[in-house]
Design a protein around this ligand. Structure first.
Ligand code: CA
Ligand code: CA
Length: 389
């Protein structure tokens, strides 16, 4: 994807780093290149048309690049009027120009108060610590953890607000259902609660990123700034999880977390300069990195299942199955409805037992399914291979 090519100043700055991360920024990007392959052709026209006709149902991971680069007439919406110039450009009859990256003008975030969002990370830790308190009965632990989760202004309320702002359901409900599902061992429920809260915080980030773009489009610069800050605060809440996932695979060192840190500064810079198209492209990069983080987390538990079974530890395999399934749910909006995504969801939905075991061959096949489901979103070069296991 061309806009991710590193600009010269960034290359110079990176030359001092031992392991340089991939950065979001960019050289010029062609207007009309909705698919991000560096070319403007009929595929771009089709993407824009599908979106203009609302044939693609939007979700928090929906491609912001299509909206940003497909809106070639610059009226802030995708319509069929954007399609013809893209088609003309694809055969050299029209020059649509390119979008240039902005200079980074923001070097620190946040600029506004985001304490309430940062407090959610502490609350997440408190929920987990109460839930794992083995000195108390399961009923007492559950009641204590639920009560922290439900505290006013806390995680439950945040989840409900994100649901309302995004048209989602089940964000808060996944955690509540896990607390209440006494038919499942508490070790599995613990994983579902933990990752269900991570999903709330992750979707909070995605929702605020979209809100920032909406505010920018609506001419509300201060509101856009505030939304960027809040997205960043949600990122801080999940950054530890992201670092842990990056650490699971040597090949991914510095490939997930530092690029997100940097992209936030560029996103904030673009928003501050009212550069809507660039802001959308930076936001698109952030979405993609978030998807990659939770794709990697899901793959890690596909790996764990085979290792647990090889060690004969089916109890641990079940715990890891709950963990993997909960991570998969974070990227579900991307993979659901694809054959690969359905296959992975189906396997995570079945107990791992000696009768329904999980071999190394199963592991590699399931990774292939997951990869096929997500390759179109995060790009094939960024996918894990069984050799990474
Ligand atoms: Ca293209
Ligand atoms: Ca338009």
């Amino acid at each position: 994807m061309n806009y991710r090519l590193k600009s010269l100043p960034i290359l110079l700055a990176m030359s001092v780093l031992a392991s340089a991360p991939v950065l979001a920024l960019s050289g010029p990007v062609k207007r009309g290149d909705a698919t991000g392959d560096g070319e403007v052709n009929v595929t771009d026209a089709i993407r824009v048309l599908n979106k203009a006709l609302a044939l693609e149902s939007p979700n928090l991971f929906s491609d912001l690049r299509v909206e940003a680069l497909g809106d070639v007439d610059g009226n802030n919406t995708l319509t069929v009027a954007d399609v013809v110039p893209i088609l003309r450009s694809s055969v050299g009859l029209e020059e649509l120009g390119s979008v240039q990256p902005v200079n980074r003008t923001v070097n620190n975030l946040p600029a506004t108060n985001v304490d309430a969002i940062r407090a959610l990370e502490t609350q997440h830790a408190s929920v987990m610590s109460a839930y794992k308190d083995a000195t108390r009965s399961e009923a007492e632990r559950t009641a204590a953890a639920k009560s922290i989760f439900a505290q006013e202004g806390g995680l439950f309320q945040t989840a409900r607000e994100i649901e309302m702002a995004s048209g989602l359901t089940g964000l808060a409900g996944y955690v509540t259902a896990a607390f209440n599902n006494t038919g499942e061992p508490i070790a599995m429920r613990t994983q579902r609660v933990d990752k269900g809260i991570t999903r709330i915080l992750t979707y909070g980030m995605l929702q605020r990123i979209r809100l920032a773009l909406q505010k920018l489009n609506g001419g509300d610069a201060a509101g856009a700034q505030r939304a960027v800050d809040e997205a960043w605060a949600f990122w801080q809440d999940i950054r530890g999880t992201a670092l842990k996932r990056e650490g699971n695979f040597p090949r991914l060192q510095n490939q997930l977390v530092p690029p997100v840190d940097q992209a936030f500064l560029d996103f904030a810079s673009a928003v501050g300069q009212n550069q809507r198209t660039v802001a959308s492209l930076e936001a698109d990069f952030l979405l993609e990195k978030v998807a990659q983080i939770f794709y990697v987390a899901t793959a890690n538990y596909i790996r764990a299942l085979a290792a647990d079974v090889a060690a004969g530890n089916f109890t641990k395999a079940e715990e890891h199955r709950a963990e993997g399934e909960s991570f998969l749910i974070i990227v579900q909006p991307i993979v659901q409805g694809t054959p690969g995504g359905e296959a992975v969801a189906a396997r995570f939905g079945q107990p791992v037992t000696p009768q329904n075991s999980f071999t190394v061959a199963d592991r590699d096949a399931l990774l292939g399914q997951l990869n096929s489901a997500i390759a179109g979103y995060i790009g094939a070069p960024q996918l894990l291979q069984s050799s990474d296991f």
